[in-house]
Write a protein that binds this ligand. Structure first.
Ligand SMILES: [Zn+2]
Length: 291
């Protein structure tokens, strides 16, 4: 190849590169005037399979909104014994779907409605979502469906002061073979570690109160704030320390241990959903985190 040919080929390559650079790459993003910006609202939640129970039932999470501050709500860790906390979670989900504007731009909200599906199944005998009409009409022994299939109290299986045996009222209960031995507890743990929520609310029954949480270094100041916000708005009592009996390995204390504010909301009875009270509490937290 003579010298002129080399220059010619070199020249053509340079021209082609220049054309690609100028006309094709990179295209500048079109400027959107503020008045024409599209507001993204997510009315349909993002559904995730976050784990499966001992008997293989799905544990799902539903996420609304696109903001940076992620709030997590969990129902049904005590299964069929506290079925009203599951129904409440589903009803709050319905409300969020119908009223997406209450989730402000800075918020993401996730609900895990049924954290112990095997325990729920023991009472309801139905997969997935249920209504009050699905409840058994005969009286059940106290505690039916509270534990998972291995008879573990899931709210004693988390990593704060864990012991293999723990207490529920006057009863000794199994807390699992080791910390996070149960797949249902692992599902919540892994969700928390992956998505790092700003705070977590657990719905239970029937203490008629909102409880703060702590492990070994005291109650986080933000936990006190959200306990008071939720309690004031909902009308439940605010209680800093649960001292009716000694518990170990509960989920809220583990969250406190890893620096995530967490509260327990206990409905008044085991049979009432108390939707409007809890919507007020939920909205108070949205407001608190939107300031
Ligand atoms: Zn409970």
């Amino acid at each position: 190849m003579n010298k002129n040919k080399k220059y010619l080929i070199g020249g053509i390559v340079v021209v082609i590169c220049a054309i690609i650079f100028i006309f094709i790459y990179p295209k500048k993003a079109p400027t959107i005037e503020p008045t024409t910006q599209i507001v993204v609202t997510k009315t349909i939640p993002e559904e995730r399979l976050i784990g499966t129970s001992v008997e293989g039932r799905e544990i799902k999470s539903y996420t609304y909104g696109l903001g940076k501050t992620h709030l997590l709500f969990v129902g049904g860790i005590h299964g069929g014994y506290e079925w009203n906390s599951v129904l409440l979670a589903y009803q709050v989900m319905d409300y969020l779907k119908e009223n997406p504007e209450i989730i402000t731009k800075n918020l993401t909200v996730t609900i895990i409605p049924s954290a112990n599906p095997d325990g729920l199944y023991k009472l309801i005998r139905k997969e997935g979502r249920f209504s009050i009409a699905d409840l058994p009409t005969t009286t059940q022994p106290i505690g039916t469906g509270r534990f998972n299939t291995r008879d573990v109290d899931l709210n004693r299986n988390f990593d704060c002061k864990w012991q293999s045996k723990s207490m529920w009222r006057g009863n000794v209960v199994s807390a699992g073979a080791k910390v996070f031995s149960e797949p249902e507890a692992v599902a919540i743990r892994d969700f928390v570690l992956k998505f790092n929520p700003r705070s977590v609310v657990f719905w239970h029954s029937m203490g008629n109160s909102v409880y703060a949480s702590q492990c070994e270094t005291g109650i986080l100041p933000e936990t006190i704030d959200i306990m008071n916000s939720y309690a004031k708005a909902s009308g439940y009592n605010a209680v800093k320390t649960f001292d009716a009996y000694q518990t170990t390995g509960d989920a809220e204390s583990w969250l406190a241990k890893i620096g995530i504010p967490s509260i327990t909301v206990e409905l008044k009875t085991h049979e009432t959903v108390e939707l409007s009270q809890n919507l007020s509490g939920v909205k108070a937290l949205f407001e608190y985190y939107s300031r």
